[in-house]
Design a protein around this ligand. Structure first.
Ligand code: ADP
Ligand code: MG
Length: 362
């Protein structure tokens, strides 16, 4: 810590403090996350260190840049860029009920998707997507923060976090004690998109039990008809109760009305890097092995799906409710074994015939 001067504490997060600091070396402001690891088991502590090593390698214009990490007095410190524009939650509240334009929403949304794609393509789950973890830089660029850190927590800590923290983004599968997967991140992404469109949470209730019930089976108030069909339809896809029916971040980014915004935010090099491949990254127990170097697999957080909290059981909610809501189900939602995928490449569109069974998560 002696390289930094503490400016002020900016928050007490679910897994530690967030401190605004100034670096002695360059006078720049940074945020330091302080996580107490002294009470963790050796295994958890090791996992935290590995996890931080992964975070350190994440470099993307839409991801808050991690500068360095160190340990002192039983705490793990993670130094990251300070986002001067504040978070999306504050931005939404500052609207005082005046809706954002669709253009603004989609420009933000595509940047969040690009950050999530970068993470998911590397088989890392965010696990804590919420408007309070999405930041704006001074120039208005969106940056996703706080990813991966949640993974280092054990399930008890995660339950506490969910209950003390922000439970609005809990997905139906987590409410039903199923493992967290990439589509749980997509659910949370849907919650953020909904918030941007309505300035409200999609699922709200006076207590946790009713909230869990709503998430599992309740309706959400429709968004304004003032927004396009594409946008409203996308929301209903993100809010599919069955995670398998939610689109992956790659297929969201392939939708025309989203894809056309990508080049506004990525350099041609990054587009080429992220969009010019046909490997459909898979998660979970059905993920095909050895698509990536072994070392990378061991570093990331897909490995055995961690059973997390039992909020539904804890709050006495029956786990059998499976009523669907929102947009009616299409009669035949079977997936084709062969599928033509449209892949964006620099300078045009390319159609790739994938002879692969595309298995979505779980
Ligand atoms: P939480 O667990 O609720 O996300 P955090 O510790 O991440 O809490 O954040 C606490 C506060 O600090 C929040 O108001 C958040 O907006 C702010 N904050 C966190 N990281 C940054 C950052 N890199 N730049 C600017 N503000 C940040
Ligand atoms: Mg945070």
């Amino acid at each position: 810590m002696d390289k930094y001067i503490k400016v002020r504490k900016i928050g007490e997060g679910s897994f530690g403090k967030a401190i605004l600091v100034k670096a002695k070396e360059d006078g720049q402001q940074y945020v330091i996350k302080e996580i107490n690891i002294s009470k963790m088991s050796n295994k958890e502590r090791e996992e935290s260190r590995r996890e931080v090593a992964v975070l350190a390698n994440m470099k993307h214009p839409n991801i808050v840049l991690y500068r360095e990490s160190f340990e002192e007095n039983g705490c793990l410190y993670i130094v990251m860029d300070y986002c001067e524009g504040g978070d999306l939650f504050k931005k939404i509240n500052a609207q005082k009920g005046i809706l954002f334009s669709e253009d603004q929403i989609l420009d933000w949304f595509v940047q969040i998707c690009l950050a999530l794609k970068h993470i998911h393509d590397r088989k890392i789950l965010h696990r804590d997507i919420k408007s309070q973890n999405i930041f704006l830089t001074k120039d208005g660029t969106i940056q996703l923060g706080d990813f991966g850190i949640a993974r280092v927590l054990n399930s008890t800590a995660e339950l506490a976090r969910t209950c003390i923290g922000t439970p609005y983004y809990l997905s139906p599968e987590i409410c039903q004690n199923k493992p967290y997967n990439n589509k749980s991140d997509i659910w949370a992404l849907g919650c953020v998109l909904y918030e941007m469109c309505t300035l409200k949470h999609a699922f709200e209730a006076g207590n946790m039990k009713n909230l869990v019930l709503k998430i599992i089976s309740g309706p959400f108030p429709p968004v304004s008809m003032h927004y396009s069909y594409d946008l409203r339809n996308l929301l209903s896809q993100l809010f599919k109760r069955n995670p398998r029916n939610r689109p992956s971040v790659n297929s969201i980014l392939e939708k025309n009305f989203i894809a056309k915004r990508v080049e506004k935010f990525l350099t041609p090099e990054l587009i080429a890097e992220g969009f010019n491949h046909k490997i459909f990254h898979k998660f979970g127990p059905h993920a095909s092995p050895a698509k990536r170097p072994v070392q990378e697999q061991t570093l990331t957080s897909v490995a055995p799906a961690q059973k997390i909290t039992k909020p539904a059981a804890k709050y006495g909610v029956p786990l059998t409710i499976r009523k669907s809501c929102g947009v009616p189900k299409k009669p035949n939602e079977k997936k084709p074994l062969t599928k033509i995928r449209q892949v964006r490449i620099v300078g045009g569109w390319k159609f790739i015939l994938e002879m692969q069974i595309i298995s979505e998560v779980q």
